[in-house]
Structure formats: structure tokens, C-alpha cells
Design a protein around this ligand. Structure first.
Ligand code: GLP
Length: 240
């Protein structure tokens, strides 16, 4: 299967072979890959070459390494459609997964200038600042920090944010969520992302910022969520 005469570098041929085995289901999510030594012996190539192929697949998110245990095939990426203004809770339930949150911080703080501008309140006015690790079937999916005005979202508490913010806003406060502006950018994981999303610094993270407005135009929230780029992909339908 490996052609040493080919102009294609050997590491690339190995990489392609493993990629195809994953695509065809010959290597399944969670399955351990043979060791570098076995590949090297089978194809008569150096372990360095094998390592390069495997590292590329780790960076691409198809494989992951566990210290002392080996290399494994990653779970299929979760697709998130960006067509509707849905909550994390709704997204996970739609997929048949159980949503959950681990509350990392919950505080009332004076709004810094930027956040105040986004929420259209005075700088220093009180806001809730909440950081949650969002879970699906107990697996960390996203690290999320939200900012909302204490004036608009009254009596928010820890119990509510462990469950669903949108359910509270619509179901209890009877506010109507209208639209949001959302941006996505790739970042290298910072210390917090590495710790809570359990990623190494080689795995990119997608930072999603959502600025959500009520139907009457008042800003409801400004939220930053970091998703593991090796677990998630975003789908957007585009029309001509
Ligand atoms: C997503 C959005 C956030 C929003 C959250 C609400 O994660 N990115 O902007 O605050 O959903 O989710 P829930 O209602 O589950 O708290």
C-alpha cells in the first residue's frame, strides 16, 4: 500500500491510508491505533515518518493521543447547524443527548465598558457574569461565559443557569428572544480552555460570540463560548 517510488511523501501516504480506514469504518471511533513500531515494521519505514503522519491526523482532529495509553480514533465531529437561534439545551436535546452544566463562576459585577456598550447599560452598572462548562452526556462540549444585565434578567440564580437561561427568560420572565449576531473565530486554547475542555495546545478552539436581542430590540446577552474544533463543526445553509 505504500509506494516508496511515488513522489508523494511517505508520511502523507500513511496519513491518507489511515484517513481512508477511518472513513471506511475499518478503524472505529474510540479504537486504538497500532503502535508506531508496528507501522514502521510493516512498511519498512522509520518511526519518525509514522509519527509525522499520526501527528498530522491528531492536529486534524481525526485521532487523539492519551499519555501512556496510545493513539485512538476520535469520535465523529458533532455538527451544529447555525440556522436557528437555539439554546445549548435545545441543541443537545435535539440530538438525543442529555444537556448539563458545571457552574464555574456566578457573580454580580460592575459592567466593564465594552460589555456595558453591548448591553446598552451604563459602564459599572451591575451585570451577572456566569461561566459554565456545558456538557452533553457528561462530556465537556463548550466553555461559556455570559453577561446579562441584572436589570433586565431579574433574579437569576445558580440553579437556573445550571439548567437553561433561555427557558427562564422565555418561560418565567416572558421576554421574547428575537435575533442574534454571532461570530466565529479560531483561537489557540488558553489555560482555562485547556483545563476544562481537556485539550492540548495543538487542538484549535472555536470561539463563538453571540450578541442576542429581544424582539423589542433590547440586548439580552453577550456570550462567549469556546468549542473544541476537533469535536465540533458548524454547518450553515446558504441560498442563492
Ligand atoms: C448557547 C448560546 C448562548 C446561550 C445559551 C443558552 O450556548 N451560545 O449564547 O446563552 O445557548 O443556553 P441554555 O438555555 O441551555 O442556558
Amino acid at each position: 500500500m505504500i509506494n516508496k517510488q511515488s513522489p508523494l511523501p511517505i508520511y502523507f501516504q500513511i496519513e491518507t491510508m489511515i484517513r481512508q480506514q477511518i472513513e471506511r469504518g475499518e478503524l472505529k471511533p474510540g479504537e486504538a491505533l497500532p503502535s508506531e513500531r508496528i507501522y514502521a515494521e510493516e512498511f519498512g519505514i522509520s518511526r519518525m515518518t509514522v509519527r509525522q503522519a499520526i501527528t498530522n491526523l491528531v492536529i486534524a482532529g481525526l485521532l487523539y493521543r492519551e499519555k501512556g495509553r496510545g493513539t485512538f480514533v476520535a469520535e465523529n465531529k458533532m455538527e451544529q447547524h447555525l440556522s436557528g437561534l437555539t439554546s445549548f439545551t435545545e441543541d443537545m436535546k435535539k440530538r438525543g443527548l442529555t444537556p448539563g452544566s458545571r457552574l464555574l463562576t456566578f457573580q454580580i459585577a460592575p459592567a466593564p465598558k465594552k460589555i456595558a456598550g453591548r448591553l446598552q447599560i451604563k459602564e459599572g452598572a451591575p451585570i451577572y457574569e456566569v461561566t459554565r462548562l456545558r456538557l452533553a452526556d457528561d462530556v465537556p462540549m463548550a466553555l461559556e461565559t455570559l453577561f446579562v444585565s441584572t436589570d433586565l434578567v431579574k433574579d437569576l440564580n445558580e440553579e437556573i443557569v445550571i439548567s437553561s437561561l433561555y427557558e427562564y427568560v422565555e418561560g418565567k420572565l416572558n421576554l421574547k428572544i428575537g435575533h442574534a449576531l454571532q461570530s466565529i473565530e479560531a483561537i489557540s486554547p488558553g489555560e482555562k480552555e485547556r483545563e476544562y475542555l481537556q485539550v492540548s495546545k495543538d487542538v484549535p478552539v472555536m470561539l463563538m460570540a453571540r450578541h442576542t436581542f429581544l424582539e423589542d430590540g433590547r440586548p439580552l446577552e453577550y456570550v462567549q463560548s469556546s468549542y473544541r474544533a476537533d469535536r465540533y463543526k458548524f454547518m450553515i445553509e446558504i441560498k442563492r
